[in-house]
Structure formats: structure tokens, C-alpha cells
Design a protein around this ligand. Structure first.
Ligand code: MG
Length: 383
């Protein structure tokens, strides 16, 4: 096989109602899809997490011309060619987001060429379905009392839809966060709960909120602190009982070695559309395993990233391993997402709060070109 053409599709959807978290408020969703075509007409699809315009320039202007004519099945070889081509000035960041989307498309393409799923290519499946946790409870423009009420209503709604776990946002302000944690636990006494601060706290704040999360029996505390300070995670870990999760802002096996090395993070959360793609996620999993840590991917964006994470979780052994291991949770964002839910002709099937591994070859999900046109901002083609 040879790579004949690489296309990118920048898609945008303006949200009816903005939603916020500790860092900013979203009023639009953007996605960059990467489509790689091989001779014989097989197409592989991937997506990049990060600013779509910049990812698009990196894929179309820098990496795509270097890949034309190469064998798309040599995924690891191509990954390292891309890595070395930009290593001197971009060991991470948006250039790695661009590599991630290309890498994801190559896994999809190779699976389709061989008639094999991505989880099959990754070594085989431990699970045919994975339980989802609902990500939601984003902040809205409401007075704080009304907001807490609305978030508790949203959370109980997910329980009623069959989800057994959910994740709230914290990091607005400590007083609000402490009230929210208590309210959500009171509303859902039996549910598995997680909290995500998106690196909003300094260490004393993180300890205070972490102790409240312990008290309320939360399962993990996500991005309590800046990813720039792995050693502060260790200091927090020594003060609280619940697991500390981090990694959605981190990339490559080298970045995760720095994050996990001090021993403060117990759940590693690479995003397959940003960390370096499925290829690098497998290497990150090996690094995490060597620290006794499990990988639970961060999932945002379209159906492609959701499918990639589902395959990785289905194909992942769990540390430390035992007959009754807890389920590997899949992150399922419940905010309005037309770029995931309205532009795919085949999707990851989710029933009763569990995602079935897509049965088709490759990622097993397929964009619908005619549905994409309504969201198209800018398309490129390199051949
Ligand atoms: Mg997060």
C-alpha cells in the first residue's frame, strides 16, 4: 500500500448554550478530522485535539507532504519519521496533536486493510463493552445557589439514564466547590463519583478540596494541580486517600514518565487525539504499568476519539490484576456535541451506560460526508 492523499476537515458547531469549567467558557466546538487515502481506495480517519486551525496547518503544511508515497501500514516507522522531523522545535504541543490525528487515521486504515479492529491490532480484547462515566455538570451563567441546584438535577438525570458513575467540575471557587461536592453526594449516595478541577488549585486549596472529596467518598480527583508540578501531586497524594488522576495536558511516553515519576498520580489520562495517537498511548500505557498505574484516557471531540479510547480500554490489562478487578471506565462527555452525534453513519453504541466495542474493522466508526458539510469551515488536500 501507498499513501496517495491526505485531507483535513475543520468542522465547527456553534453551541445553543455556552458552558464553562474552571478555565474558560465554550461557545463553539471545533474539530479537525484527518483522512488518509491509500491506493486501492481505503480511507483511514483520525482526529486532533487542540486548536483546529493550527492542527490543520501542521498536518497539511508540514507532515502530510512527508508521508505521501509511504506505506501506511508501517505506523511506528512513520510515527518516528514525523517525530524526528519536528523534534528540534516541537517535542510536544500542537505539533504532537497533529501527529496524533495522523497516527489515529493510520491505525484505522491498517485495520480496514487487514479486516481487523484497532483493539485486535493492539493485542486483543479483554472486554467486549466498557462502562461509561458521564462527564457533565459544567458551569452555567447562573447565581451560585441556582447553579448548584441545576447541577444536582443534571447529575440525578444521568443516574436515571443508567449511568453508574459521573464526573463533576470543580475549581470555580473553593467555597462553591465544597458545597457542590456535598450536594452531589447527598443527591446520589450510591453512585461512583469523580471531580475534575482542570488544574485550578494551588496545593493548600487542593488539599482542602481533596479532604472534602475523601469525606464524600469520591473515586478520583482529576487535575487538582498544574501538570507543570508533578512533585506537588506527590505532596497532595500524601494528604488524601482518593486516587489522583492527571494527564490530559500531557503527551508522549517521556512526558508521562515526568508526570508519573514522583509517584503522586495514580490514574494516567492521555488523550489519544493529543498524546501522540494510539501508537504513543500504548507506550504511555507501558510507562504507566511500570509505575503500577492504570490508563483511563481523556475523551473529548468526535466519535473517532471515543472509538479509539473504547478500543484501547477494551484491549488494556489492568494493574495489578485480580479475578475481580474494577471496571475500566470510559469517559463519555454528555454536553451537546453535534460533531460527535450528528456526522457519523456508524457510531459507538452506548446502551444502559456501557459502550460496546465497535464491531467493524479499524476504529469501526465512519463519518458521513454529506452530514459533515453543514459544519465544514475549511478543507485541505495534499496529494
Ligand atoms: Mg479533565
Amino acid at each position: 500500500m501507498k499513501i496517495e492523499c491526505i485531507r483535513t476537515h475543520h468542522l465547527r458547531h456553534r453551541l445553543d448554550e455556552p458552558f464553562g469549567f474552571s478555565q474558560w467558557t465554550y461557545d463553539t466546538r471545533n474539530a479537525l478530522l484527518v483522512e488518509i487515502l491509500a491506493d486501492g481506495g481505503i480511507a483511514g480517519w483520525g482526529e486532533c485535539y487542540g486548536p483546529a486551525e493550527v492542527n490543520q496547518a501542521a498536518v497539511a503544511g508540514f507532515y502530510a507532504p512527508r508521508l505521501l508515497g509511504k506505506d501506511p501500514a508501517q505506523i511506528d516507522v512513520l510515527w518516528h519519521e514525523m517525530w524526528r522531523a519536528s523534534l528540534d522545535f516541537a517535542r510536544g504541543g500542537v505539533m504532537m496533536g497533529a501527529i496524533s490525528g495522523i497516527d489515529m487515521a493510520l491505525w484505522d486504515l491498517k485495520g480496514k486493510a487487514l479486516g481487523c479492529s484497532v483493539s485486535g491490532l493492539m493485542g486483543g480484547r479483554y472486554h467486549e463493552s466498557v462502562p461509561c462515566y458521564a462527564t457533565g455538570m459544567y458551569f452555567k451563567k447562573l447565581p451560585e445557589d441556582a447553579l448548584i441546584e441545576a447541577l444536582a438535577r443534571e447529575a440525578t438525570g444521568y443516574r436515571d439514564q443508567g449511568y453508574r458513575a459521573l464526573k463533576i467540575k470543580v475549581g470555580k471557587n473553593v467555597a462553591f466547590d465544597l458545597r457542590l461536592i456535598e450536594t452531589i453526594r447527598d443527591a446520589l449516595p450510591e453512585m461512583t463519583l469523580m471531580a475534575d478541577a482542570n488544574h485550578a488549585y494551588d496545593l493548600p486549596e487542593a488539599i482542602r478540596v481533596g479532604k472534602a472529596l475523601d469525606e464524600a467518598r469520591f473515586a478520583w480527583f482529576e487535575e487538582p494541580l498544574s501538570p507543570e508540578h508533578p512533585e506537588l501531586h506527590r505532596a497532595l497524594h500524601e494528604k488524601v486517600d482518593l486516587a489522583i488522576a492527571s494527564g490530559e495536558c500531557e503527551q508522549t511516553r517521556f512526558g508521562f514518565q515526568r508526570l508519573l515519576g514522583p509517584g503522586g498520580v495514580q490514574i494516567a489520562q492521555p488523550d489519544l487525539a493529543y498524546c501522540g495517537g494510539p501508537s504513543e498511548a500504548l507506550k504511555i500505557r507501558a510507562v504507566a504499568s511500570s509505575h503500577g498505574v492504570n490508563v483511563i484516557p481523556h475523551v473529548w471531540g468526535t466519535m473517532l476519539n471515543l472509538a479509539a479510547a473504547t478500543h484501547l480500554l477494551a484491549a488494556s490489562y489492568r494493574e495489578p490484576g485480580r479475578a475481580e478487578m474494577p471496571a475500566p471506565w470510559l469517559e463519555y462527555d454528555r454536553t451537546p456535541n453535534a460533531l460527535r452525534d450528528e456526522i457519523f453513519e456508524t457510531s459507538v453504541r452506548i446502551d444502559d451506560g456501557s459502550a460496546r466495542v465497535p464491531p467493524g474493522p479499524g476504529l469501526g466508526v465512519l463519518p458521513d460526508r454529506s452530514a459533515m458539510t453543514a459544519f465544514q469551515v475549511h478543507q485541505t488536500e495534499v496529494r
